[in-house]
Design a protein around this ligand. Structure first.
Ligand SMILES: Cc1ncc(COP(=O)(O)OP(=O)(O)O)c(N)n1
Ligand SMILES: Cc1ncsc1CCOP(=O)(O)O
Ligand SMILES: [Mg+2]
Length: 207
């Protein structure tokens, strides 16, 4: 399996990739260029579409030996045998850990809170996600966070994910502040050639 604890973390978006073909093409371009994790994030509420697209992405991720993470839905993650990302109102990390087992990647939204991070770490999270750090087109109302929280979260000894409005202009500052993984929606998938943008963004981890 690809080393998933450092690098780019690409999140899908149903507005940017409305049909299956665009979703698969853009994800394949990002995977082949080199991402650490792929998250399937679909808020459509269409269960059939979510099951079908998640299964297609699982096959693609298996081919590129890159872990797939399902947003919000531990039951779908369990059916596919993949990881899950849970926000504050998406269900308990401890229950997901029990259901998915010790090896599953389980991510937790911590926004701007070390208290949330502490609880998620105690319950068995595999990584801690902070942000949004910059204005986000995908989730403009997500609570803002200061970059300084990344250094303060080093004490949990878990990979720290930074999210929210990250692009080629601010990625180096974000990695420099202590992010191990950089999560992006628009910064990757608003581009017609996600492969080229992934190669460029990956340079931030060379230093
Ligand atoms: C890597 C990562 N970090 C944060 C989030 C946000 O999760 P959440 O707060 O549950 O918001 P939604 O994404 O569900 O709108 C995430 N999905 N991934
Ligand atoms: C899901 C999520 N949680 C906080 S900001 C955000 C959206 C990230 O998308 P973008 O990279 O387009 O700002
Ligand atoms: Mg959520």
């Amino acid at each position: 399996m690809t080393q998933w604890k450092q690098g780019l973390y690409a999140l899908t978006d149903a507005q940017l990739m409305p049909d299956d073909a665009t979703l698969i093409d853009r994800c394949e371009a990002a995977l082949s260029a080199g991402i650490a994790l792929l998250q399937y994030r679909d808020k459509s509420g269409d269960e059939g579409r979510r099951e079908r697209q998640a299964r297609a992405l699982k096959a693609l991720c298996d081919h590129y030996e890159t872990p797939l993470i399902i947003n919000d839905d531990a039951a779908l993650a369990w059916r596919l045998g993949v990881g899950v990302h849970l926000g504050r109102s998406d269900g308990s990390i401890a229950r997901a850990r029990k259901a998915l087992g010790p090896d599953a990647i389980i991510g937790a939204t911590c926004q701007d809170s070390l208290e949330f991070a502490e609880q998620a770490a105690r319950e068995g999270a595999s990584y801690l996600a902070f942000g949004r750090f910059y204005p986000s087109l995908t989730k403009p109302d997500a609570p803002p966070a200061e970059l300084s929280i990344l250094a303060r979260a080093a004490r949990f000894d878990l990979p720290r994910v930074a999210i929210g409005g990250i692009d080629a202009d601010n990625i180096e500052a974000t990695v420099g502040a202590g992010a191990d993984l950089i999560a992006l929606v628009h910064g990757i998938f608003s581009h017609e050639d996600p492969g080229a943008v992934v190669r460029r963004l990956n340079r931030a981890f060379d230093r």
